[in-house]
Write a protein that binds this ligand. Sequence first.
Ligand SMILES: CC(C)(COP(=O)(O)OP(=O)(O)OC[C@H]1O[C@@H](n2cnc3c(N)ncnc32)[C@H](O)[C@@H]1OP(=O)(O)O)[C@@H](O)C(=O)NCCC(=O)NCCS
Length: 218
Amino acid sequence: MESNANLLEKLSLSGHGHGHGHSHGHGQCCDHEHEPDVHIEPYTSSNKFADRSKFKVEFINDQFVELDGIRYVKYKDETQMPLIIDLITRDLSEPYSVYTYRYFIHNWPHLCFLAMDNEECVGAIVCKLDRYKESLRGYIAMLAVHEKCRRKKIGSNLVTLAIKAMIEHDADEVVLETEITNKSALNLYENLGFVRDKRLYRYYLNGVEAFRLKLWLN
Ligand SMILES: CC(C)(COP(=O)(O)OP(=O)(O)OC[C@H]1O[C@@H](n2cnc3c(N)ncnc32)[C@H](O)[C@@H]1OP(=O)(O)O)[C@@H](O)C(=O)NCCC(=O)NCCS
């Protein structure tokens, strides 16, 4: 999850006409670029996205996919915003304002997915994609699965869908931050081929450190 300190900077920039495509050099990356790298691993063949033909999750008619009774849908319109906010707010150490959700979802609606159990939203992922140095960098800003539905691969499927969408938009890499104590998230992402790229000190307002995880796509 993105830290609020970084978001504040990003949102103030987007409010001055630096929205989609202009966050290069700001936000989650530049604040920490000079922190020491503690763990860098090269690209490995364990990267599950190296072979793009192996995606399990595919949309039917570009609309939805249903797996184990859960329907995965693309973000459609503002009526879904409260569902996403309610779900993600449950797990946040740093609650986001509605403007934060709008910043991501309005700029990159094609990188937001919901997992629906009938009418109930039980999972959501919110991302962005923009240029960083020479790369087109995907960024997973928020991911949550309802407590009662965890450990059924809903989180992994949402991440897979988001990465697939990023690949369709020519992403070179995907990054995210998560608290170093968040074992579930670390396991989930590392299972999908992400590696620990950096350790970010005092990243969150609560003082907890973060790992930046990274997946190379080519
Ligand atoms: C992290 C989170 C999204 C995982 O969602 P999920 O649907 O339960 O994850 P999956 O079922 O896809 O799990 C995939 C793998 O992640 C790991 N994992 C998931 N939950 C775990 C847990 N409680 N303990 C240890 N490993 C866990 C496992 O390796 C798991 O594979 P396995 O079940 O075959 O062992 C969910 O726990 C959550 O919403 N947490 C609160 C919000 C959060 O931390 N978001 C991530 C911020 S970056």
